[in-house]
Design a protein around this ligand. Structure first.
Ligand SMILES: [Zn+2]
Length: 75
């Protein structure tokens, strides 16, 4: 479920800057625990590629969420 308010701003993808986990809010599961993520650790964007690029820029190891992006999850 997308969220209109900051820091989500209605975007589809969320990168957790603390864990490197990327979520697809259009396929969100309760197990994603999106609402537990510190807003300071959230980078929101329109595409998966943007989330990947941003994780490289800030130098963190990314991983697709096992619950909403299993095809991108590397365990
Ligand atoms: Zn997720």
């Amino acid at each position: 479920m997308r969220r209109a308010d900051a820091p989500f701003n209605g975007k589809q993808f969320i990168l957790n800057k603390n864990t490197g986990e990327i979520h697809d809010l259009d396929r969100e599961s309760p197990l994603c625990c999106i609402d537990q993520i510190d807003p300071e650790n959230i980078f929101a964007c329109d595409t998966y590629a943007e989330a990947v690029l941003f994780s490289s820029v800030i130098g963190i190891q990314r991983n697709g969420c096992a619950h909403c992006m299993p095809e991108r999850n590397r365990g």
